[in-house]
Design a protein around this ligand. Structure first.
Ligand SMILES: [Zn+2]
Ligand SMILES: [Zn+2]
Length: 358
């Protein structure tokens, strides 16, 4: 070989070497997702957490005499085209529809929420009827659970209750957690056969209406999204998952208009961010206008609201209200929603290491 050839070979080796050495830096979401691979020590802690979830359930039940064992029924509506879209957009040739039995599509989600609209017990771990938490955060936003731990905890609760457990993954302004849920279910569908998952998102929006002085924060839930949807991924693309509010559809109206095309849209914790100094009129008028705006924009056939939200306590916006005043506001909200045929759903809005607490 001539010197020139040796030089060329060396340059090729150098270029190839550099290519494999300098990978683009991982973003926080990718790192978080990687944490699903556990060390032996983490594995132990992880098993402890699953055991703990069963204990949490027993403690919750023992903390109340409430006992309501209404049969929640079974729903067999197939949301096949929804699942096919997920498969197509995931671009993963190994994913199959037969491994998506745990994922609920929009029809089944609506059906489930409707059938339980007058059954708050299903959303309370204090009752033997507890089966559902439709608002949960993971490491993909500001939650503490990996998506794998979330699913395993739900499976642990299914085992403890002897029934199907319904959960929704609703990370703030990102679909990364929901994507990971699809992957985990594809890898092990049998393990989660008693868990039903709604793939979702919780979007931060700001509402400025005729009854408000400034914008009020309204969180919008959307269940039954395709987490691989290109448009959602463009809008809710974040480099830093701890930045919860960074995206481009911030007005309430824009958020609803977008999300109603992507899944089943509902208003989260309707009494949160309710600071009297920002509301010009009575609460009654404020909620009337807010709900009417919401109903005028959705393309689904009914509205949904977190009327059975269970994590209001300790919120700073309620520090000036007595317990009685606060309960009155909740009643007013639920009454107003009912008068407009808006259906109540419920959750713990979990951010910690349990599905049955905040
Ligand atoms: Zn929220
Ligand atoms: Zn939330």
């Amino acid at each position: 070989m001539k010197n020139k050839d040796i030089l060329i070979v060396l340059i090729i080796i150098l270029v190839v070497g550099l290519f494999f050495t300098f990978k683009p830096p991982e973003n926080e979401a990718q790192k978080a997702i990687k944490q699903q691979t556990l060390t032996a020590e983490q594995q132990k802690e992880y098993q402890d957490q699953i055991q703990k979830e069963k204990e949490n359930l027993n403690n919750a039940r023992n903390s109340s005499h409430f006992n309501d064992d209404k049969n929640i029924g079974n729903f067999f509506i197939k949301d096949r085209s929804y699942k096919e879209t997920i498969l197509t957009n995931s671009k993963n040739p190994n994913f199959t529809i037969s491994k998506m039995g745990s994922i609920l599509g929009p029809s089944e989600i609506k059906d489930f929420i409707r059938k339980n609209s007058n059954n708050p017990a299903i959303y309370s771990a204090k009752t033997k009827s507890f089966r559902a938490n439709l608002h949960i955060h993971t490491l993909a936003s500001d939650g503490s659970m990996s998506q794998l731990l979330l699913l395993n905890k739900a499976a642990a609760l299914a085992q403890a209750t002897g029934d199907t457990i319904y959960i929704a993954i609703t990370d703030h302004n990102t679909t990364e957690g929901a994507k990971k849920v699809v992957q985990i279910l594809q890898a092990n569908p049998e393990k989660y056969k008693n868990v039903k998952v709604m793939l979702g998102i919780e979007v931060f929006s700001e509402y400025s209406g005729p009854n408000t002085y400034g914008p009020l924060g309204i969180h919008v839930l959307c269940w039954g999204i395709d987490p691989f949807d290109p448009e959602l991924n463009t809008i809710f693309h974040k480099k830093d998952p701890t930045d919860k509010w960074n995206y481009s559809h911030r007005s309430f109206e824009n958020a609803i208009k977008l999300l109603t095309q992507k899944g089943i849209v509902g208003i989260a914790h309707p009494a949160r961010y309710l600071e009297k100094q920002n509301v010009k009129t009575s609460y009654q008028e404020y909620y009337n206008t807010l709900f009417d705006t919401y109903l005028s924009l959705i393309i689904q056939d009914t509205g949904f609201i977190e009327g059975y939200y269970q994590s209001y306590s300790g919120r700073p916006e309620f520090k000036n209200l007595t317990q009685e005043q606060f309960v009155d506001i909740l009643k007013l909200i639920n009454r107003t929603a009912t008068s407009k045929n808006i259906i109540k759903t419920g959750s713990y809005d979990s951010h910690g290491l349990s599905i049955i607490s905040r």
